[in-house]
Design a protein around this ligand. Structure first.
Ligand code: NAD
Length: 420
């Protein structure tokens, strides 16, 4: 089936465009604009790996630390054939705004290795991880820069990362988050982003009368974020009428049987379209389904002028994925009066629980799941409320309000630290 078309606008350009609008709103000084538009440190490395057949492949890797004024840099590492410097910088920049917005004591970073993991054996994947980490370890550390999983990496990759890093300074669990539980990972980390999305939906529902209980939800993507948010929203009474993955989607006006679909598609890793209990749709048709809550939870640039924005019929867009809406589509949604809850608010649950993991590691004191869930709710609700108040006070979009708030916090830390 045809994949949903994506705008050609890259993450970096999308993030840059949002920055200027918010910087104008808070009257940000010229030198701070420059500092905050460029990375604090950007490292490019070659990653040579001996493959199982004896050849040596050389991959390219990046670690970009965008800003560390508010605390150690924080951000994932992705293994993807299209990971390049611009993309990694755009994502690192978003991490700076995200950590500031949810008010955790971190800055923003991101890493990437240009590698297609699909053809790799487990040994080769481990070798890529160790070679990359050995080359960037000098800029990492629990008080300097703390990686986490992202596209193409997982808890096992983080375990290898921890092991490789610990060879240098001794056992240092706080040097990386998203680890397996047995190595100091946190309870609640796997579902944290999806749970955070639902906390934001609850808060918006309470304020603006868009019902979550009984409300129709359409979700693009049924991976870590999409599947968990579907499961939790369903538990809270929402009606999930359509979901999709890369192979296509399912639609059922009465609501899909989410617990069974979760088992089928998320636990057993089978395509969504092979699940009985709904009409099969192609990925394009997902955007035509009327709903209260439209939740892109897969790719960037999917809500765009070229293909999708004109067909959307919802009360609110909830950006669970990173950069799913292009700036032009954002403007069109604004003109149509459809609010867009921005990615760096909505999908920040993962980094918030990463922060909790770091705290638990530093204190060598694991938290029970209830504490993780409650403190996640408190962090996200506080961030949501601060954005809502800015939106009301300044009459701006949710994205501009959120960005202005984040920018203000980072700029304040930069000014106080000085060092120019
Ligand atoms: P994932 O790889 O677990 O899942 C991605 C899902 O999207 C899969 O179901 C895949 O089949 C689907 N998909 C891919 N192409 C598609 C297409 N053309 N149409 C419909 N579905 C398609 O990834 P994830 O961790 O769930 O991340 C999803 C998004 O959320 C990404 O943008 C990611 O950057 C963002 N995000 C993730 C986290 C996290 O903690 N996992 C945190 C913040 C942001």
């Amino acid at each position: 089936m045809p994949a949903a078309s994506r705008s050609s606008m890259r993450t970096g350009a999308i993030v840059q465009n949002q920055f200027e609008t918010a910087a104008d709103l808070i009257g940000l000084e010229e030198h701070l604009r420059h500092i905050l538009k460029t990375p604090f440190r950007s490292v490019t490395v070659e990653v040579p790996v001996r493959m199982d057949d004896g050849r040596i492949e050389v991959y390219r890797g990046y670690r970009v630390q965008h800003n560390g004024a508010r605390g150690p840099c924080k951000g994932g590492i992705r293994f993807h054939p299209e990971a390049d410097h611009d993309e990694v910088l755009g994502l690192a920049t978003t991490m700076t705004w995200k950590t500031a917005l949810v008010d955790i004591p971190f800055g923003g970073a991101k890493g990437g290795v240009q590698v297609d993991t699909r053809g790799l054996s487990a040994r080769e994947l481990e070798a890529v991880t160790r070679a990359f980490v050995s080359r960037i370890a000098i800029v990492l550390g629990p008080y300097r820069d703390i990686p986490a999983p992202d596209m193409g990496t997982n808890a096992q990759v983080m375990a290898w990362l921890l092991d490789e890093y610990s060879k240098r300074g001794g056992y240092t669990p706080a040097a990386v988050t998203g680890k397996p539980l047995a190595l100091g990972g946190s309870l609640g980390r796997e579902e944290a982003t999806g749970r955070g999305v639902v906390y934001c939906m609850h808060a918006f529902a309470d304020d603006f009368g868009v019902p979550l209980k009984g409300g129709r939800v359409v979700i693009q993507g049924f991976g870590n974020v999409g599947a968990h948010l579907a499961r939790i929203a369903h538990e809270d009474g929402a009606k999930i009428v359509a979901v999709s993955d890369r192979d296509g989607g399912l639609h059922n006006e009465k609501g899909l049987d989410i617990p069974k679909l979760f088992q089928h598609a998320y636990v057993e890793r089978k395509p969504v379209i092979e699940f009985p209990g709904g009409d099969r749709i192609d990925n394009r048709a997902l955007w035509d389904i009327p709903c209260e809550w439209l939740v892109p939870a897969a790719l960037g640039g999917v809500i765009n002028k070229e293909d999708t924005v004109g067909r959307i019929d919802c009360k609110v867009v909830v950006e669970a994925a990173n950069s799913p809406t292009t700036p032009v589509a954002d403007k069109i949604l604004e003109e149509r009066g459809i609010p867009v809850l921005p990615d760096f608010l909505v999908n920040s649950g993962g980094v918030v629980v990463s922060y909790f993991e770091w705290v638990q590691n530093l204190q060598q004191h694991p938290w029970p799941l209830r504490q993780v869930t409650d403190e996640l709710g408190a962090k996200l609700t506080a961030a949501y409320t601060a954005v809502r108040d800015t939106v009301r006070e300044k009459g701006v979009s949710w994205r501009t309000g959120a960005m202005a708030l984040a920018l203000k916090r980072v700029a304040e830390a930069e000014r106080l630290r000085g060092n120019y």
